[in-house]
Every structure is written in structure tokens, then in C-alpha cells.
Design a protein around this ligand. Structure first.
Ligand code: ADP
Ligand code: MG
Length: 361
């Protein structure tokens, strides 16, 4: 595990007047680059040739590092280049999707905005659960084995991103039938089937609040909310029930985009408290806790009960709906505040106070 002291040492070799913000070209990169530009930083994009069009059409990048594969980020030459450019890396969803947590925590010698220790807590569903429970959040029930299924249950695959291959079952029998069916249709592998996580399926609407834990201001801010647009689950209502039965339609959860949301104001006290408590617990498990953005994935029922089923301790793609402005960021900051810019602002303030090593790890 790379220590905070080692990263502090790296920063000592930096020309802080030329500090640049870097990330992988995907996920929330436009959000991050725009924010960096608005706060006056240079930007560096680690990019695949085929994605260059995005960062040419939206010209927010000063320097490209072209790779064939994102794992090249771990190569000595790429790391060396990033350090030479005085970069702070902003991790997003593609980092853990393409690179192993171990590699990121043990062999990536570039200052990263955020708390590296928490990557391990995020990587495992069990550890996430422990964290969220300790923070006092309401979680869906989990089932240790298919025999225990006694209510509508969602079967999740290990390490799956974007919910591909997930399915629902209502009993041990329907579970075993569905698994076979999913394998037969090539939607999941036998290996996947052996590591399925079973969780009570909460009927309600999905709500994803975006928070920002500021180490500099010692506060948890509420910057926005989104909901997801998932294929096929959001399309199922367009097919009448009779035809759904005829074609044996199963919902899948492949994320296609995000939709901005504002909430009943009466939900805010609980959601704001949840954010504070998640950070308080994070500070206990891995000091100083979350540095920067985090997001909870929740389902809210018709009784207005908020169930949290996942946490991301980094920027999420849902915050892209806030670029320009989200109502909540506007309420706090006025115009033109959003997660990408909030990150850059935190780095800017840390620099001013000579506390950069407090926000990177
Ligand atoms: N307990 C649950 N109850 C209802 N819907 C859920 C539940 N867990 C997940 N979902 C739905 O499945 C999607 C993917 O699940 P998630 O746990 O976020 O997987 P991933 O690790 O792929 O992000 C969610 O965005 C949500 O729509
Ligand atoms: Mg998720």
C-alpha cells in the first residue's frame, strides 16, 4: 500500500504553480476537465485513440497521453510522464472498472485526489455493507443462500458494473430456474453463477444523491441528485404484461444515461444526515474519511423509506447532470458549480492553504 507520506514526498518534487488535473478519458472526464479549466488548471487526458473525438469536439484538454489500454496507466513511463506534468489524478468509475484495486493502491505512484484506503472498502460488497450499517443507514436484506429467498430478490454478479446480467427471483425454485436460463442464454457464466449476491429487491424509485466531503472546509455538501436510465428495466413498462409473459422478459440494468432530479424537501433532512454519518464512519475506518465526492445509491419506497444499496467514494457519472448547474449546487454556490468544478476548487483552496497533501493520497 502506497502511504500518504510517499505521496507527500512526490508532491514536494512538484512545481505547484503548474499543477495539472488528469484523468482517464471516459465516465465523467468532461465534467472533471471543465471544472479544472474553470478553476484555472491545465488538464491531461489519458485517452484511447477511438475516444479522441470526444475531447476534440469539446476542447478542454491541454495534453493527451494516448494508450491502447487503460492498464497502461500503471506503466512506469506513463506514471513518470504524469509526475513530470505535475498532475493530480482524479479517479472515477473507469479506474476501478479497468484497473485492479490492488494495483491502484500498491503500484500507482501519482498523487490521487481522494483517499486510497477507501478503495478497498468500496471494492467489496461485504465491506460496503459494514460501512453503511455502521453509519446507521437502512439497507435491503441480504440472503446468504438461495434457499433463504422469501421475497422478491435481486441477484447481483460479482464486480459487475452497470448491472449487466442481474436478474430477479421470488423463491429458491424460481432462482434456480432463472440461473439456468441466464446461463443458457449466455447472459452469465457458470463462474458468475457461483458468486451471486442475493439482496431483497426494494420496490420504489431509484434516487442517487451526490455529496462532497470537503476536508478543507470540514463539511459534507449536497450537490445534486440523479436517477438512472437503464436498459431494459426502464423499457419494460412500454411492453404490455401479456407480451412480457409471452417473450419471458427479464429486466436488465445496463446504464444508458442519467436524469437530473429534485426531491421533496421533506426527504432532505434524512438524506443530509445520511451523508454526514457516512463521512463520520469513513473517518473512523480510514482517516480522514472520504476526500471529495461520493454518492449513495438508494431506492425510496411509497412510505418514503430510503434504502441504500451501494456507495461510491468518488465522482459518479450521475453528477454529469449537474454540469452547468444543479439546483442544490446553485442553492449553495450560485451559478456554475458542479462536482467536477467542486473538485478543482478543493484543490485550489488546498493549494492556497499549503495543504495539498491533505486532499491527495
Ligand atoms: N436492492 C435493490 N432493490 C431494487 N433495485 C435494485 C436493488 N439493488 C440494485 N437495484 C437496481 O439494479 C441496478 C444495479 O445494481 P447495483 O448494485 O448498483 O450494481 P452495480 O454494482 O452494477 O452498480 C441499480 O441501479 C438499481 O436500478
Ligand atoms: Mg451501482
Amino acid at each position: 500500500m502506497i502511504t500518504r507520506e510517499e505521496i507527500s514526498q512526490l508532491i514536494k518534487g512538484y512545481d505547484l504553480k503548474k499543477l495539472a488535473i488528469a484523468t482517464i478519458g471516459s465516465h465523467s472526464a468532461l465534467n472533471i476537465f471543465k471544472g479544472a479549466k474553470e478553476e484555472g488548471f491545465r488538464t491531461v487526458c489519458i485517452c484511447k485513440e477511438k475516444d479522441l473525438i470526444v475531447y476534440k469536439k469539446f476542447p478542454l484538454v491541454d495534453e493527451f497521453i494516448i494508450v491502447n489500454d487503460f492498464t497502461e496507466l500503471l506503466n512506469d513511463t506513463v506514471q513518470e510522464k504524469l509526475r513530470k506534468l505535475n498532475t493530480v489524478i482524479i479517479p472515477h468509475g473507469s479506474f476501478t472498472a479497468y484497473l485492479s484495486t490492488e494495483k491502484l493502491t500498491d503500484s500507482f505512484y501519482v498523487p490521487m485526489f481522494g483517499n486510497r484506503q477507501l478503495l478497498h472498502w468500496e471494492a467489496s460488497r461485504e465491506k460496503q455493507e459494514e460501512w453503511l450499517k455502521r453509519a446507521g443507514l437502512r439497507l435491503p436484506k441480504t440472503f446468504a443462500s438461495p434457499e433463504e429467498i422469501d421475497t422478491l430478490t435481486i441477484a447481483k454478479l460479482q464486480g459487475a458494473k452497470g448491472g449487466r446480467g442481474y436478474f430477479l427471483a421470488n423463491s429458491p425454485e424460481s432462482f434456480s430456474k432463472k440461473v439456468k436460463e441466464m446461463i443458457r442464454r449466455g447472459l452469465i457464466s457458470k463462474e458468475d453463477a457461483a458468486h451471486i449476491h442475493l439482496q431483497e429487491y426494494v420496490i420504489g424509485v431509484n434516487v442517487y444523491p451526490h455529496y462532497f466531503s470537503s476536508i478543507i472546509k470540514d463539511d459534507v455538501e449536497f450537490l445534486g441528485v440523479d436517477k438512472r436510465y437503464e436498459s431494459t428495466v426502464d423499457a419494460i413498462g412500454r411492453v404490455p404484461a401479456a407480451e412480457q409473459l409471452e417473450i419471458n422478459l427479464n429486466p436488465t440494468y445496463t446504464i444508458v444515461g442519467n436524469i437530473p432530479l429534485t426531491l421533496r424537501e421533506s426527504l432532505l433532512p434524512e438524506l443530509l444526515t445520511m451523508g454526514d454519518n457516512v463521512q463520520k464512519t469513513a473517518r473512523e475506518i480510514a482517516p480522514p474519511g472520504i476526500i471529495g465526492p461520493f454518492c449513495l445509491e438508494t431506492v425510496i419506497t411509497d412510505k418514503l423509506e430510503i434504502y441504500t444499496f451501494e456507495i461510491s467514494a468518488r465522482i459518479v457519472a450521475g453528477t454529469n447532470v449537474g454540469v452547468g448547474t444543479s439546483p442544490y449546487a446553485y442553492l449553495k454556490y450560485g451559478e456554475k458549480m458542479y462536482t467536477g468544478r467542486r473538485i478543482a476548487l478543493e484543490i485550489r483552496e488546498a493549494l492556497k492553504q499549503k495543504r495539498l497533501s491533505d486532499v491527495v493520497a
